[in-house]
Design a protein around this ligand. Structure first.
Ligand code: FE
Ligand code: ZN
Ligand code: FE
Length: 194
């Protein structure tokens, strides 16, 4: 970047156009798209592994058979997505490693508070769907970007694998919408307060 003012620590900055919110890059900051792509893969690799750990809790807290089987199915799909990411790392000649995804950590934390904040039954089920769809939407956004990066970098095999995962995340999201619209939201709407 050019023409960026880096005021020294403690120095009063009097320039009218000085950037006050500019973030100085870390020493290991990505300087090319490939590095940003790999960093983003590490982020989602951490996130998918975290989901493998978190989804059983959602299954255990779901009352609706349709909901728990949808989440169980997606748990199996998620385990395969972890393996698919390992193939992507391999295609790129990179070591498969995770780097904490703050967004997924936050979504899972919110999921826990939704469980605590709902009475088991249809209302908790509606909350589980809400939390799960936030997760799927984060994944859809992430894999959409990863596919675009892979294509831009000419990594077509990686792009194909990532496109498969993107389609699975969209399918999971649609299935959750379907379970909510056809079953759970009506049951939750009819649930009387305790
Ligand atoms: Fe996933
Ligand atoms: Zn992330
Ligand atoms: Fe997913």
């Amino acid at each position: 970047m050019k023409n960026i003012n880096h005021p020294e620590k403690g120095q009063k900055d009097s320039a009218p156009n000085a950037l006050k919110n500019f973030t100085t890059p870390a020493t290991d900051a990505a300087g090319d798209l490939r590095t940003l792509f790999i960093d983003s893969l590490k982020d989602i690799y951490w996130a998918e592994n975290a989901l493998v750990g978190a989804l059983p809790k959602m299954v255990e807290n779901a009352t609706s058979a349709a909901l728990s089987s949808a989440i169980k199915d997606h748990l199996a799909v998620t385990k395969n997505q972890v393996a698919r990411l390992q193939s992507v790392f391999e295609l790129l000649g990179e070591k498969a490693e995770g780097k904490k995804c703050e967004a997924m950590a936050g979504l899972l934390k919110e999921g826990d508070s939704i469980l605590e904040g709902t009475v088991p039954g249809a209302v908790r089920d509606a909350g589980i769907i809400a939390a799960s769809q936030k997760v799927e939407h984060y994944e859809i956004a992430t894999y959409g970007t990863l596919c675009a990066f892979a294509k831009a970098l000419g990594e077509n095999e990686a792009a194909q694998l990532l496109t498969k995962t993107l389609a699975e995340e969209k399918e999971a999201d649609m299935l959750l919408s379907d379970v909510a619209a056809t079953k759970i939201n009506f049951a939750a709407a009819e649930t009387a307060p305790e």
